[in-house]
Design a binder for this molecule. Structure first.
Ligand SMILES: C[S@@+](CC[C@H](N)C(=O)[O-])C[C@H]1O[C@@H](n2cnc3c(N)ncnc32)[C@H](O)[C@@H]1O
Length: 276
């Protein structure tokens, strides 16, 4: 048997150990990228994947490292500006009709996207009556997101994306900065509830009008994507909106017919009324 196949067996055993010990289930994540990341963990420890198993079973402090490596918590402010522009122009006007609005960002990583959303809601006069929930499985990323502190060297890119996404003021209106870091203002931070939620194993989070889950489903296999799309379907009000990442596949969404395109080029969908 070649080395790669042996590694696949070891990875399966490692994921089983992680699941049985801590209830974190990565067994239905997309194989190729998960394999790269597990091999990265092993390389960092200078161990084989099999040798990681006793480590993950016996050293609780190693879990945070494993979750950090396997979960890819990278993000950006107004990542894909045309998508945020489309949300602003074609979704937020429809949310105006609700007296109370709930928004769920699933897989928020370090929070850049959820603050982009909060700023946009404020500029459209909707933030006051909106409750935003931002969830992830990576607790260390969630803590960073909750702090709302980002390196100043990212500002030029963030400002550019803000403008390209249809920002109506200046990005500088939303933070206070020192030489190295800037912090999003409290009035925006306090509109967001950050919480641990696992899309693999947890149930409906709350009833919402809009779900953003971008660049998360790409890490899941078809079976898991279907489960998560069902979860989103059950979490949305009738006609509610779902926004996925631009690199996400349309296959499971088309197969299930739970959602219909609202603006397909920006991966924005709305919940289908009747599914046959
Ligand atoms: C690449 S980031 C995407 C961040 C942001 N949505 C964006 O597009 O900029 C993927 C995020 O999904 C989270 N994630 C992975 N598996 C998850 C799961 N089972 N439940 C909830 N979040 C998960 C990761 O922890 C990570 O923060």
């Amino acid at each position: 048997m070649d080395e790669s196949k042996i590694q696949d067996i070891e990875i399966g055993l490692f994921l089983d150990a992680l699941y049985q010990r801590y209830d974190y289930d990565f067994r239905n994540y997309a194989k190729a990228s998960l394999k790269r990341r597990v091999l990265g963990l092993a390389a960092a420890e200078r161990l084989s994947v099999a040798e990681l198993i006793p480590l993950v079973l016996r050293r609780e402090d190693y879990l945070a490292e494993v979750i950090a490596q396997l979960s890819v918590p990278v993000s950006d402010m107004y990542r894909d500006p045309p998508v945020f522009k489309a949300l602003r122009e074609t979704v937020l006007p429809l949310l105006q009709t609700y007296p109370r609005i709930n928004v769920w960002q699933a897989g928020c990583a370090t929070g850049e996207e959820v603050y982009s959303l909060a700023i946009m809601l404020e500029e459209e006069g909707l933030l006051e009556r909106t409750q935003i929930y931002a969830t992830d499985i990576n607790d260390s990323a969630l803590h960073k997101a909750e702090d709302g502190i980002f390196p100043v060297h990212n500002l030029a890119g963030f400002e550019k994306n803000y403008k390209n996404a249809g920002g109506k003021a200046e990005f500088a209106d939303y933070y206070v900065a020192n030489a190295d870091f800037f912090r999003i203002y409290k009035r925006l931070r306090q509109k967001i509830v950050f919480a641990h939620h696992n899309l693999v194993s947890d149930g409906v989070f709350c009833e919402v009008q809009l779900i953003l889950c971008r660049n998360v489903l790409i890490y899941f296999n078809d079976e898991l994507q279907k489960r998560v799309l069902e979860l989103f379907y059950n979490s949305l009000v009738r006609g509610g909106f779902l926004c996925l990442g631009t690199r996400e596949s349309l296959r499971s969404i088309e197969e299930q017919r739970l959602f219909a395109p609202h603006q397909a080029d920006c991966m924005i969908f709305h919940k289908n009324g009747v599914v046959t």
